[in-house]
Design a protein. Structure first.
Length: 88
């Protein structure tokens, strides 16, 4: 189930002019979804689904918005880091 939300912004004319030609709906959806991921309110998989992209395409987007791809507490991450790196 999904629900449509309408957002209204008041922006100075010079900001609106600088955004001319951009798809503001997509830009705002992207920023909002990335913020939800940053806050751990939705998963990476759900973010990709909402944005209509693959998980693979989500990672560069997360980087663009400075959202960590791996965001684990040290206690959970350390055992993984302690594993020897497999050599071919």
């Amino acid at each position: 189930m999904s629900r449509r939300l309408t957002v209204e912004l008041d922006l100075p004319d010079e900001v609106v002019a600088a955004l001319a030609g951009e798809d503001m709906t997509a830009k705002l959806r992207e920023a909002f979804v990335m913020d939800l991921v940053r806050e751990h309110r939705i998963s990476q998989g759900k973010a990709a689904e909402v944005l209509g992209i693959s998980r693979e395409d989500l990672f560069p987007l997360m980087s663009k918005h400075q959202v960590p791809v791996i965001d684990l507490p040290v206690e959970e991450l350390q055992p993984e880091l302690d594993q020897p790196f497999p050599r071919d």
